[in-house]
Write a protein that binds this ligand. Structure first.
Ligand SMILES: [Zn+2]
Length: 292
């Protein structure tokens, strides 16, 4: 059947779908989890679902997989539910009365400042978090954390072709309420300051905040150092943490979190915070640890 690209909708359900049983299968030169179906096929499948046609029969009629039919059918319902919830400010911890998981928020704030951004869709805002495919555990953790912070919005993933990263996305009118640092331009080209309520949270949860920063723009690596001795070279290995970011404001926030944790740090380059002392690395290991 013919396949063409559709403009991605804010809900993301029509344009891409991923089901565990399909991931990795190939159709021509495309992976099947990247297949994009014509809008009329999606509409026909939804119409048949509304008429009560079974998924299996629907899939045969539309010449698509049963997983695609299920995804479109269920995705639609979830999307409607999410739209209804977004109309209610009660779902927002800032302009409404919903409780906020503060530890999860501290971690998500770290991820957002490192590898996140917010865009506007026609009806709401979209939070994007870039997660390296090399660390599937961190990708899952990012998805879970977004759900904890904004439980009224669904979380989904987009994998751009040719890039070894997956974007975790969530749509809500209220993402700018939770991340007032959102604004035009790159983060290192504008002022990044926390609001008093955010300061309160990162002060209470410095370990979660530091974990978010190091899981996005940081790494834990093994340094190898050669010491020439009379009897021959000796190699020493020790772990260290690096946090690399171009924003002086984000460096300051990272440094303050490390100070609160009692972790010694220094700048090894103008853009890089280094944690290398043995006891400082051991202390940061309690909160961050190797990527996974
Ligand atoms: Zn709000």
């Amino acid at each position: 059947m013919s396949q063409k690209h559709l403009p991605e909708k804010a809900c993301g359900f029509e344009s891409r779908f991923r089901h565990p049983s399909l991931v990795g299968k190939t159709v021509g030169t495309m992976r099947e989890d990247e297949v994009v179906y014509p809008r009329e096929t999606v509409e026909l499948a939804r119409h048949l679902s509304d008429l009560g046609i079974l998924d299996r029969e629907n899939a045969a009629i539309c010449a698509v997989s049963i997983w695609a039919v299920r995804h479109w059918r269920r995705g639609d319902r979830r999307s409607e539910k999410a739209c209804a919830s977004r109309r209610s400010p009660a779902n927002c911890p800032r302009c409404g009365g919903r409780a906020l998981d503060r530890a999860a928020y501290a971690y998500l704030l770290g991820l957002y400042l490192g590898d996140g951004h917010i865009t506007r869709s026609p009806r709401a805002h979209v939070l994007w978090l870039a997660c390296a495919d090399a660390w599937p555990g961190l990708l899952n953790l990012a998805k879970q954390t977004v759900s904890l912070v904004m439980p009224t919005s669904s979380v989904f993933c987009v994998s751009p072709r040719g890039v070894a990263c997956t974007y975790v996305k969530s749509v809500s009118k209220h993402w700018p309420c939770l991340f007032p640092q959102h604004g035009p331009g790159r983060k290192h080209e504008r002022t990044i300051e926390l609001e008093p309520w955010q300061e309160e949270i990162v002060t209470a949860h410095p370990g979660d905040f530091a974990r978010g920063l190091f899981h996005s723009d940081g790494c834990r690596l093994i340094n190898r150092v050669r010491r020439p001795l009379k009897e021959g070279d000796r190699w020493y290995e020790y772990p260290r943490y690096l946090f690399v970011n171009k924003s002086a404001d984000i460096h300051r926030l990272c440094g303050e979190a490390l100070d609160r944790l009692g972790v010694a740090w220094r700048f090894s380059k103008p853009t890089t915070i280094s944690v290398a002392r043995r006891e400082a690395v051991a202390r940061l290991d309690e909160f961050v640890g190797p990527k996974y």
